[in-house]
Ligand binder design. Structure first.
Ligand SMILES: Nc1ncnc2c1ncn2[C@@H]1O[C@H](COP(=O)(O)OP(=O)(O)OP(=O)(O)O)[C@@H](O)[C@H]1O
Length: 273
């Protein structure tokens, strides 16, 4: 197993024009840790992942991967260390699953990698990891939303990085495949020492599968710790704006939420009405 990499976010501020989003985020994800990132729509979760993937640059502060400031790494070096599963990405018409997954290799290898059209063991492994080998020659645009989501995960895995950032990896998936993907992430993290940060809206999944839960609110980290400690009725109310109760799974002991009703007072201060 190669050495795991940690992610350090130091005093990061970021905004889009006329839209401040992150206002001083500090976060240290330890090497090999599985972290869930939660928060209301528009609070900046995807923005934070994009900053951690080097696709955006902070206005203030810095992001380090394994101690190296992303601002000093080339695109290629960044892509060798960190892969991002985007919320959605359009498929090129006619492209097969294998061709799309192979793009994960190009990101890490650049033009020389593109010459290797042959059977790439990393691509095969990525297809196998998410159980989509049998679709390799199918056109991506003929897949269902859930099937496509799993192929996108395989594309991120094909980058063969030590850090994996997953933006809502279970979107579009039925419950069977949601659990399947989350268990796959847990397994890969254990087998390969991957450092994983995943955005999840399902607090039940976050509480069960992540060892650490980070909640964003008002552009800052509002809660950070093991789910057993931070998932409380207060978190539900203050960060997710729902009233609800929190219990314990009788066998596993992880927190189980019983959300009741939405609380008033969500201010989409960043939004232009
Ligand atoms: N390219 C962009 N240009 C301008 N504003 C943007 C851009 N991308 C995102 N935003 C805004 O920045 C804020 C944070 O967006 P982001 O996608 O990070 O939120 P999120 O927490 O991931 O939300 P969701 O849960 O809905 O996916 C939102 O107000 C959004 O409208």
């Amino acid at each position: 197993m190669t050495e795991s990499l940690g992610i350090t976010v130091e005093g990061v501020h970021f905004g889009y024009p006329e839209r401040p989003v992150l206002r001083g985020v500090d976060l240290a994800v330890r090497p090999g840790e599985l972290t869930a990132l939660v928060g209301l729509n528009g609070c900046g979760k995807s923005t934070l992942l994009r900053l951690a993937a080097g696709l955006l640059r902070p206005a203030r502060g810095r992001v380090l991967l394994g101690g190296d400031d992303l601002a000093r790494l080339s695109r290629r070096d960044t892509a060798r260390r960190v892969a991002l599963l985007h919320q959605s990405a359009p498929a090129v018409p006619g492209m097969t699953v294998r061709q799309l997954v192979r793009q994960g290799r190009y990101a890490a290898r650049g033009p020389l990698g593109m010459l290797r059209e042959g059977d790439d063991p990393v691509v095969r492994r990525a297809l196998r990891d998410v159980g989509v080998e049998s679709w390799a020659e199918r056109p991506v645009d003929a897949l269902s939303g859930g099937e496509r989501q799993r192929v996108r995960l395989a594309t991120a895995l094909a980058q063969d990085t030590r850090v994996l950032l997953l933006d809502e990896p279970t979107t579009y998936l039925d419950l069977h495949h949601q659990l399947d993907v989350l268990r796959t992430v847990v397994r890969l993290r254990e087998e390969r020492g991957l450092t994983v940060v995943m955005v999840l809206h399902d607090l039940a999944h976050a509480a069960r599968f992540a060892e650490r839960l980070v909640a964003l609110r008002d552009g800052r980290v509002a809660a950070d710790g093991p789910p057993r400690e931070v998932v409380t009725p207060g978190l539900l109310a203050d960060v997710l704006r729902v009233a609800g109760r929190v219990g314990r799974d009788p066998e596993g002991g992880w927190p189980v939420c019983y959300p009741d009703h939405p609380l008033p007072g969500v201010e989409y201060e960043n939004h232009i009405h």
